[in-house]
Design a binder for this molecule. Structure first.
Ligand code: URQ
Ligand code: ZN
Ligand code: ZN
Length: 487
């Protein structure tokens, strides 16, 4: 299977240049000007267009069982919709129930994901603690290609990790050379505020953001950062929605702590007015956590992304249709939390990021693909246009206009949070493992063609920590002589 992309301008996280790309057996074999077209190779004409690494969405929840129902998007429809929008890899989440073996949950999610159309990997959530969890974390890192462990600081009474779980799990992650990631909201505060609001008679979706104010996110972000600092563990905070969390990340990074921040396309573009919409279905369709925030937070998040304080963008694609959201008709606490977006992230970020001048094209590639690949240790196999890298590539027409709508999207959900948004710039071709999976509006994905991508533990982070620790270690003093001992 061979394919050549001719006449395009390659845009990666670090450079922009004219060259052709030849792919064979799913890998980029040759990059160069005016390459010959080998016999039998499929030709993609990219003239006047950009050739970029396929998007990587480091935060999705396909067919997630959650809040008494199951997300409506499965691994095939979700990875197909992703491909339609220029994303060629997702990192999803294995979320064991408390007391459930992590390995057993991992095997269950692996089974669900076999239908995926494009490549995928899994963060594994630590939702409880005992020695078996520690042991399973070791097996997952050493034998199952997992290098990131998720902790939900929210969702009390369900999957919430308290400080004891955080400290134990972060310590274990460090031993294994893995990165800790968190959903940073104080679950105890949310629980109390939800109860207070409901008892005051606020039962509609407008209660959702009121029960999770930005301070609740800021507290948890700071707590996770401080725990990671004391335990010397790299930390990745998912879906930062508020400047309160961003400020904590900026402080820590400013002091050299290894903390990374993710922001969702939705949180960059949608504000909390959606929850005051008179129509329950419209407001409930936007119920996700952390919630969409007042406008000043979007401004701060864009500045954070532009300044490099936030490194990745994602969607937290976790879809529930109107009948599912209706579970919370009389009690906002029962509205399944989650919204879609996996198909639209690339288009909305190009339009509002690059077309607006906030991001260069290279920065766009960094925040939609390369940075996630680097942070989760699959670069340059993913997130790059280099010889030897996987041939996950998009051909991008900066002039192509489209209007986003649930009526036309490929996502398996009856609502689109970007409904009606007009964007300029879109992929005309999506290539996964060297095969065209989307071209000129047609999806050509194949159920089960996706591969599970192993993510090795981090020598680099931990080497850096070792060097740092060694250089800061106080030279031991001989207690008797009072003299410093030679190192
Ligand atoms: O919290 C998450 O990331 C999952 C459960 C999706 N739902 C959401 O509201 N973000
Ligand atoms: Zn979350
Ligand atoms: Zn999530």
């Amino acid at each position: 299977m061979s394919l050549i992309i001719k006449g395009g301008t390659i845009v990666t996280a670090d450079r922009t240049y004219q060259a052709d790309v030849y792919c064979e057996d799913g890998v980029i074999k040759q990059i160069g000007e005016n390459l010959d077209t080998p016999q039998g190779a499929e030709v993609v004409d990219a003239s006047g267009q950009y050739v970029m690494p396929g998007g990587i969405d480091p935060h999705t929840h396909m067919e997630l069982p959650f809040m008494g129902t199951v997300a409506s998007e499965d691994f095939f429809s979700g990875t197909s919709a992703a491909a339609a929008g220029g994303t060629t890899m997702i990192i999803d989440f294995v979320i064991p129930s408390p007391q459930q073996s992590l390995l057993e949950a991992y095997d269950t999610w692996r089974g669900w994901a076999e239908k995926a159309a494009t490549d995928y990997s899994f963060h594994v959530a630590v939702t409880w603690w005992d020695d078996s969890v520690s042991k399973d974390m070791g097996t997952l890192v050493k034998e199952r290609g997992v290098n990131s462990f998720k902790h939900f600081m929210a969702y009390k009474g369900a999957i919430m990790a308290d400080d004891e779980v955080l400290v134990n799990s972060f310590t274990r992650a460090r031993e294994l050379g893995a990165i800790a990631t968190v959903h940073a909201e104080n679950g105890e505060l949310v629980f109390t505020l939800q109860k207070e609001l409901f008892e005051k008679g606020i039962t509609g979706p407008e209660g959702h953001p009121l029960s999770r104010p930005a301070e609740v996110e800021g507290e948890a972000a700071n707590r996770a950062i401080r725990i990671a600092q004391v335990l010397d563990v790299p930390l990745y905070i998912v879906h930062n929605s508020a400047k309160d969390a961003l400020q904590e990340i900026m402080r820590a990074r400013g002091e050299g702590q290894r903390v990374y921040g993710e922001v969702l396309a939705g949180h960059l573009l949608i504000d909390d007015s959606v929850y005051r919409h008179p129509d329950f279905e419209f407001a409930a369709a936007h119920v996700m956590s952390p919630p969409f925030r007042p406008k000043e937070h979007q401004k701060a998040l864009w500045q954070g992304l532009q300044a490099g304080h936030l490194q990745t963008t994602a969607t937290d694609h976790c879809c529930f249709c109107a009948p599912q959201k209706a579970a919370g008709k009389d009690d906002f606490r029962k509205i399944p939390n989650g919204t879609g977006g996996v198909e639209d992230r690339m288009g909305v970020l190009w339009h509002h990021g690059v077309n607006s001048g906030k991001l260069t094209m290279n920065e766009f590639v960094a925040v939609t693909s390369a940075n996630a690949a680097k942070i989760f240790n699959i670069y340059p196999r993913k997130g790059a246009i280099l010889e030897g890298a996987d041939a996950d590539i998009i051909v991008w027409d900066p002039a192509k206009k489209r209007t986003i709508s649930a009526k036309t999207h490929h996502q398996n959900v009856d609502f689109n949070i970007f409904e009606g948004m007009e964007v300029k710039g879109a992929n005309t071709v999506t290539i996964s493992q060297g095969k065209i999976v989307y071209k000129d509006g047609k999806l050509l994905t194949e159920k089960g063609a996706g591969r599970y991508i192993d993510r090795p533990p981090f020598a680099s982070y931990y080497d850096a920590l070792k060097i740092k620790r060694a250089s800061e270690e106080p030279t031991p003093v001989n207690r008797k002589s009072g003299k410093t001992e030679a190192a």
